[in-house]
Design a protein around this ligand. Structure first.
Ligand code: NI
Length: 198
């Protein structure tokens, strides 16, 4: 008897964790169902500063798809890799990519001044927009995209690393969340994922 109860409990536990796993996957999956759930949660209005020191809001990108990535220019490897992947994905899309605006938003506004970010994004894609802002502006934008970031404990005042979420977001022409690409998504997969929305 005890054995039967145990088996039943295990079955319930497995079913419950399966359901939980399914729900988590649905929220983070992107794509059809994920988009419906994610739409209200990811992205939204922002006010930031571009590489020329102009104030820029999300409204400026209406009518374009946005491929958004948060990071910082001093990042030793993760950010450059992701930005290269984004750039390569757009190359693979050819002319279709003209509808897509790659956007890099810094999580390190202290060091990433408009000048710094402007010269950085030029290394990756001719149409990439680099955005910075006040710490408050950055905090608000990151929060709406559910991006976590924090200055690493070690390091000095000028030389430090930032811990940060590494996710590429695809936003639609009205600024709505379409899907995300997890860290390490290949340019080929990213291009294919973007193309399905164009
Ligand atoms: Ni980084």
């Amino acid at each position: 008897m005890a054995r039967l109860v145990f088996v039943a409990l295990v079955a319930i536990a497995v079913a419950a964790s399966g359901l939980l796993g399914y729900l988590i996957v649905e929220v983070f999956r992107g794509g059809e169902n994920g988009a419906v759930i994610g739409q209200a949660q990811v992205g939204g209005p922002f006010e930031l500063v571009d590489g020329e020191g102009r104030t820029v809001t999300d409204e400026e990108f209406r009518g374009e798809y946005m491929l958004v990535y948060f990071g910082y220019t001093y990042c030793p490897d993760v950010c450059p890799t992701e930005l290269q992947n984004m750039s390569r994905a757009l190359e693979l899309l050819g002319e279709e990519a003209e509808a897509v605006r790659p956007v890099f938003i810094t999580v390190d506004p202290e060091r990433d001044t408009p000048e710094v970010i402007e010269s950085y994004v030029e290394n990756f894609h001719p149409r990439m927009v680099g955005l910075t802002g006040s710490p408050e502006q950055i905090e608000k934008a990151a929060k709406s995209y559910r991006v976590y970031y924090k200055k690493a404990e070690s390091g000095s005042a000028s030389e430090y690393l930032m811990d940060h979420t590494s996710i590429v977001y695809l936003m639609g022409r009205e600024g709505e969340f379409l899907r995300h690409f997890g860290y390490g998504t290949s340019p080929e997969d990213m291009a294919q994922g973007i193309r399905s929305y164009l």
